[in-house]
Design a protein around this ligand. Structure first.
Ligand code: PA5
Length: 426
């Protein structure tokens, strides 16, 4: 389903030198025996997921589609990025789906929050609040505001059929609130952390509500789980990719730049940045994950990538068949000089931009470039891709001797902020 072309700075001999580590770590992942082992639930999730919950998600999602015009998804970090990434990648930036999906809870920005609330006034909207801990401040504040507006518009009773929560099965303030108010809830399993949760209800409910085929997405992930469990480094592209990342970090390339040629995939890069940044960036180790959307960013970052400090390598996700295409028309006067492209599709032009840029970066810029090729982007291939990266991330972090599933550094800003806000106990 996906193909990987690794950069030419790593060869088969180097890749195979990782064999023992890969065998050891793959066993750790499968047997759930490494650091953070109580957060490895995502590894077998494509076969272990709660089938009944998925059916309930589909029914509730259909109810939302039938009764509301807007779904506001309220969450941050792993409780937000996957759904947004999948939604934009599959439905596009100008979705014509009948249900509009809006994101809130990912910022304290008064401008953003005020504008979203204003936009929702008088409209038929439902809320999907997502928080594993149930206490994340950005999400909690937004949810309080959304709930207040909803109850003001349709009343407290009717609001109960318009609020859907995804949270821990037993703990946390959000779970307590849901129990008290009787909201529908879905579970974020104990053994799956936020950034590995896109294939749970965290991603599945908003995606199903947006009309996306979540069964196909889980099917793609299941295929990936089977494909990437092998320790044969000649075949397993997921572990080849992880090994390459480790080699790059140890050979003077501390920055990995994720590149797409589709603006609607820029949130996939955001998801990747969180997955790898929060999983690996510990103990003064890890690659810095960056991103760019070409050709747009060739007119900004392109100069640096080609010619600047040689710190980075690229991982390009190239989708070969776009869902839509546009032909370049003939113009009698040809004042813009574009008739040489007359009748050509934009997909053709985009691919030539990819080929020309790859050559420029590799041959002239000496930037190591990996390419992940996807024939097309649909729910199934995206499920596959999500799993590919999660498994590669676990392997990468373990190669650095790091626990991929905690995020101790994130707590420090929160403590300072709570102290400054006057929260009790800080
Ligand atoms: O990946 C993670 O664990 C984090 O990004 C969390 O998802 C994020 O902090 C939100 O946490 P919660 O779901 O508890 O609100």
């Amino acid at each position: 389903m996906i193909k990987l072309a690794l950069n030419d700075q790593i060869n088969e001999e180097v890749i195979n030198s990782y064999k023992d580590d890969v065998v050891r770590i793959n066993k750790m992942i499968n047997e759930k025996s490494g650091p953070g082992n109580d957060y490895l639930g995502w590894a077998d999730w494509p076969i272990n997921y709660d089938k009944e919950e998925v059916e309930r998600i589909k029914r509730d999602a259909q109810y939302v589609r039938d009764h509301f015009n807007i779904l506001v998804v309220c969450g941050i970090g792993g409780s937000y990025l996957g759904a947004r990434a999948a939604l934009e990648a599959l439905n596009g930036l100008k979705s014509d789906d009948k249900l509009e999906v809006i994101f809130m809870g990912q910022t304290f920005s008064p401008n953003y929050v005020a504008q979203v609330l204003e936009y929702l006034k008088g409209k038929k909207f439902a809320i999907n609040v997502i928080s594993k801990s149930g206490t994340t401040t950005e999400t909690s504040i937004s949810f309080r505001l959304l709930k207040e507006l909803l109850e003001k518009q349709i009343g407290k009773e009717a609001s109960k059929k318009a609020i859907y929560a995804t949270t821990d099965k037993a703990r946390g303030a959000l779970k307590t609130l849901c129990n008290q108010e009787g909201y529908a809830t879905y579970v974020l399993p104990d053994d799956i952390g936020g950034r590995y949760s896109v294939l749970t209800a965290v991603g599945l409910f908003p995606l199903a509500a947006a009309g996306i085929d979540i069964d196909a997405m889980l099917e793609g992930a299941k295929e990936a789980r089977e494909a990437y469990n092998s320790t044969d480094l000649n075949k397993n592209i997921c572990y080849r990719y992880a090994v390459m990342r480790d080699y790059m970090l140890r050979h003077g390339k501390p920055v990995e730049m994720y590149v797409t040629y589709e603006p609607q995939m820029s949130q996939i890069s955001e998801w990747l940045k969180q997955l790898f940044g929060e999983s690996e960036g510990k103990e003064k180790k890890g690659l810095f994950p960056a991103s760019a959307t070409f050709s747009t960013d060739l007119h900004s970052l392109g100069q640096f990538i080609q010619d600047g400090t040689p710190v980075l390598f690229e991982t390009i996700i190239n989708v070969l068949e776009p869902r839509y295409d546009v032909k370049i028309p003939h113009d009698d006067e040809d004042l813009d000089g574009l008739n040489y492209l007359e009748g050509k599709d934009l997909a053709f032009v985009n691919q030539k931009a990819f080929e020309g840029t790859l050559k420029a970066h590799v041959e002239d810029g000496h930037v190591p470039c990996n390419v992940i090729y996807l024939d097309k982007l649909d729910a199934k291939s995206l499920g596959h891709l999500f799993y590919f990266f999660m498994r590669a991330c676990a392997m990468s972090a373990y190669l650095l001797d790091i626990n991929p599933f905690n995020q101790p550094g994130v707590e420090i800003y929160k403590k300072n902020m709570f102290h400054l806000l006057g929260k009790k106990g800080y």
